[in-house]
Design a protein around this ligand. Structure first.
Ligand code: NI
Length: 167
């Protein structure tokens, strides 16, 4: 297993649109293991392949208290969404930044698991937020893009400055 490097916003590669996984195989499973290890080490509750510069539709997630309920979503699709919730979100690609985002309260998602079997999950609350947040990554969208243009400009300047200082 290996810890992968997580792309940091505003890295343009975060805007790449991920392709569907055509075949779930050992290479996919190895990537999932490394993504999970990277997520747990960060630590974070979700990670999309986009964030480790692999542009395939793969997400790992664990919102459990004990960090022992890994969820894997390959080629996820939202079948149904309803309601509305707003809450503070953060992202491993935008460290230290937390902002309110409005999301659907409930989503029904269909995806493949790591053995390539299809499953459907009805999620609400925080889990539903995570699914929407990570699926956005696969579409090349980072959560800060929901903020006003002014806030985004300020944020990019702040993060670029921080990245320069860290070099
Ligand atoms: Ni994120």
């Amino acid at each position: 297993m290996a810890i992968l490097q997580i792309l940091q916003y505003p890295d343009p590669r975060l805007h790449t649109i991920a392709k569907k996984v055509l075949q779930v195989n050992d290479i996919t499973r190895k990537l999932i293991k490394n993504m999970a290890q990277t997520m747990y080490a960060a630590p974070g509750v979700g990670l999309a392949a986009t964030q480790v510069d692999v542009h395939e539709q793969i997400i790992v997630m664990d919102v459990s208290e004990l960090h022992n309920e890994l969820r894997v979503f390959i080629n996820p699709e939202i079948l149904h969404s309803s309601g509305e919730q707003e809450g503070e979100e953060g992202c491993l690609s935008v460290p230290g930044i937390y902002e309110n985002v409005r999301r659907a309260d409930k989503v029904t998602v269909q995806a493949l698991n790591q053995t390539g079997e299809s499953f459907t999950l009805e999620a609400e609350g925080f889990l539903a937020v995570c699914i929407q947040h990570e699926m956005d990554h696969l579409k090349g969208k980072v959560f800060v893009e929901y903020l006003s243009q002014l806030k985004q400009t300020r944020l990019r300047a702040k993060l670029k400055k921080r990245q320069r200082e860290a070099m």
